[in-house]
Design a protein around this ligand. Sequence first.
Ligand code: C5P
Length: 396
Amino acid sequence: MAHLFNRNILLGVSGGIAAYKSAELVRALQERGAKVRVIMTHGAQEFITPLTLQALSGNPVHTELLDERAELGMGHIELARWADALLIAPATADLISRLSAGRADDLLTTVALATAAPMMLAPAMNQQMWKDQATAANINTLVERGVKIVGPEAGLQACGDIGPGRMEAPEVIADAAGGLFTSGELAGKRIVITAGPTREALDPVRYISNNSSGKMGYALAQAAVDAGAITTLVSGPVNLAAPEHTQVLNVQSAEEMLDQCLQLLPDCDIFIACAAVADYRPATVQNQKIKKGPEEVTLQMVRNPDIVATVASHEQKPYTVGFAAETNDVLAYARDKMQRKGLDMIVANDVADQSIGFNSDENAVTVLWPDGEQTIERANKTTIARQIVHLIAQHS
Ligand code: C5P
């Protein structure tokens, strides 16, 4: 399933029998994380009511170009700016013709001209209309302008004909829309990043944790998204806003983090372990709050699973990147850790220097891979993250 997290998808619906499938398409887009607003042509409203799409999208449906009240709410220029992508499904032969001519005679065609967002069409029409030279020429014109086309598929049509012209299935269209956002050196790659600390419970109110801020992992997620990757953060408890267009899965303990990562492996090309995972957890978690008592208590701890080593030895191993925070012999220890854990790349930082690393906004690292290494000079974590992602793109 494609990810459309926090993408603003403007869905244009024109007047064909396939318009009834737009309801399902709204759902499919939302399931992939998109925010959806709908524009309907007058023709579309003959097939499905604005109320249906309003209820499903959670937003008023836009139908009129020259409507004072609508322009007071979200006018056509604002809609055009709001959109991260304009998806028109179904796109009828008439609409395709008007788009190719650059007309602006209703709200949908006007917004199509006024938006700088990428556009995708899901044509739907009678098979003979689809095969007609006029339609073919119009589609060619639009494709040359960079418009993406999904479908149509062949099959039995509402009119009884058999042939190409049926609108693609909503799920297929929603997945294809994901492709509109994948450009960059990691275009379409699926990246999973662990970030932040883990919390290992002692009892219902207490836990053992560490000072990791999660900033490096979150910066890596943003850099991965910017490079076109479909990015998921598996995050321990942190005080950071989710990076744009990233799916954030919140976990507490190391075991939860491992479970979540393993579930994601079938859909993962690159795994980056940036979390400061607690090495040990209390051997037992008390059901009740532990009472004050003796002057001294002994806490029994057990080893946590090593998440990155587990991922690296998995049969579905992605390209795996780890981190090594060391205080001395940084590069030698890091290279040894890379080999021991079966990693493809490791990012080493010297935590003896307290002004960088853990809670700071800056870092300086050396990135090592089996037959090379590169030092990234001290910089803010955003800049460091971009350079790490660039090296991953070159070597993965
Ligand atoms: O062994 P050490 O903790 O120094 O290794 C650090 C690297 O291993 C980091 O990439 C960290 O995210 C990962 N790690 C892990 N699971 C653990 C401990 C560390 O994924 N239990």
